[in-house]
Design a protein around this ligand. Structure first.
Ligand code: TTP
Ligand code: MG
Length: 388
């Protein structure tokens, strides 16, 4: 039976939430990241701000230069997580096979759900409607027989997009797309491929595999298969995963260590939250770096006590990063993964007197996550943050 995979990606996620919660921001260029002209990068920009060429991972200073009238807002991760949680809950009503890729994006395998809930298309429409009605946000949806095509489909007419792509539509809908739409191909690689007259996914699909391998390394083989619409990767729900991780490919390569550290912190928080949400602790922290020339390294460290704490993950990720990044070659991708996962119950069983403090800390984190999720932002917060 042909698989039916849905890819859901929220539109301008952080920015859309802020615009929803403050009507004054509607229709305005909104930049989430930090105050204008401070150190740091853009997390996301509203579609109004994107018209000025502003995009994720751009330094805030540059964003301000391009659009001084934009509204700059510090990210409120607690709030975005809460929204993310509600979105994932909607997905889980339609299938147990939900694989979140980040706070605002997930793959759903609905092959087996169609008897109960209608065709994949109908499920897609229901999910889109519910996100609009229940959360007052828009999502873009792609439906296809595999992950690769589903992800490309959701991006076809963002924002508020909806697209069904079947293998038969490959030539018409996918092959004309520029190669930069392919996950992991940025401007630099695109330029390299352009030198060989490869500008579209269709051209990539037909090019000699050995040339691709010469240009992209072993990844070249996979790229050619994907371009031909072949992608057997299953949708793996987090609870069945052997690792939990998140990586970001930049639109433009980044060299600045401070910026990269900020992104590492974001990734640590994201991975920590996902560990706590799924009830896992991880023992091995893996940092992945892909340089502009596609050289890719993964470095890991295994700790004695499994953790699900953002600060512990960040500290180790930071060390691994500094040991392996000299700053000479810019980066195109950075990622953090935790593997050697241990179930929360196991961690509890292995409690020794020595790590009881640590355990308390971990309980604190998970309790805070839960309370703040349920009752709203800063229901529980640090005393010094409470205004008199
Ligand atoms: P994306 O889905 O890449 O972007 P988006 O939802 O803002 O916009 P769209 O999908 O419509 O193109 O990322 C989701 C959220 O993740 C985004 O709102 C902010 C955060 N994010 C960062 O913090 N830093 C980054 O470099 C990226 C790419 C995303
Ligand atoms: Mg998105």
């Amino acid at each position: 039976m042909e698989r039916k995979i849905i890819h859901v990606d929220m539109d301008a996620f952080y920015a859309a939430i802020e615009q929803r919660d403050n009507p004054d921001l509607k229709g305005k260029p909104v930049i989430i990241g930090g105050k204008e002209n401070t150190r740091g990068v853009v997390s996301t920009a509203s579609y109004e701000a994107r018209k000025y060429g502003i995009h994720s991972a751009m330094p805030l200073v540059e964003a301000y230069r391009r659009c001084p009238e934009a509204v700059f807002i510090k990210p409120d991760l607690q709030k975005y997580r809460r929204v993310s949680y509600s979105i994932m809950r909607i997905f889980e009503e339609y299938t147990p096979l939900v694989e979140p890729l980040s706070l605002d994006e997930a793959f759903l395998d609905v092959t087996g759900s169609q008897k109960l809930f209608g065709s994949a298309e109908e499920i897609g429409i229901k999910i889109k409607d519910r996100i609009k009605k229940e959360l007052n946000l828009t999502a873009s949806i792609g439906i296809a027989p595999n992950k690769f095509l589903a992800k490309l489909s959701s991006d076809l007419n963002k924002p508020d997009g909806f697209n069904v792509v079947n293998i038969g539509d490959l030539k018409e809908k996918i092959w004309p797309l520029p190669i930069t739409k392919l996950w992991g191909i940025g401007n630099k690689t695109a330029n390299k491929l352009k030198g060989f007259n490869i500008n579209t996914i269709g051209e990539l699909a037909r090019v000699d595999e050995s040339l691709l391998v010469k240009l992209l390394g072993s990844w070249g083989q996979e790229v050619k298969r994907l371009a031909n619409g072949i992608d057997p990767r299953p949708v793996v729900p987090e609870r069945d995963a052997h690792s939990i991780g998140h990586e970001i490919t930049f639109k433009e390569d980044i060299k600045d260590k401070k910026i990269l550290e900020d992104i590492l912190l974001e990734l640590s928080q994201d991975v920590g939250w996902r560990l706590r949400r799924t009830g896992f602790f991880g023992k091995t922290i893996i940092v992945k770096l892909r340089f502009y020339d596609f050289q890719t390294i993964t470095r890991s460290q295994t700790i004695s006590e499994a953790t699900n704490r953002d600060d512990v993950i960040f500290k180790i990720a930071q060390e691994l990063f500094h040991k392996n990044f000299s700053g000479e070659k810019s980066l195109r991708l950075i990622g953090i993964t935790l593997s050697n996962l241990v179930k929360e119950e196991e961690v509890k069983k292995q409690l020794t007197l020595f790590n009881k403090d640590n355990y308390k800390f971990e309980k604190l984190y998970s309790a805070l996550d839960k309370i703040n999720l349920k009752y709203g932002k800063e229901t529980v917060t640090r005393a010094r943050l409470i205004k008199k």
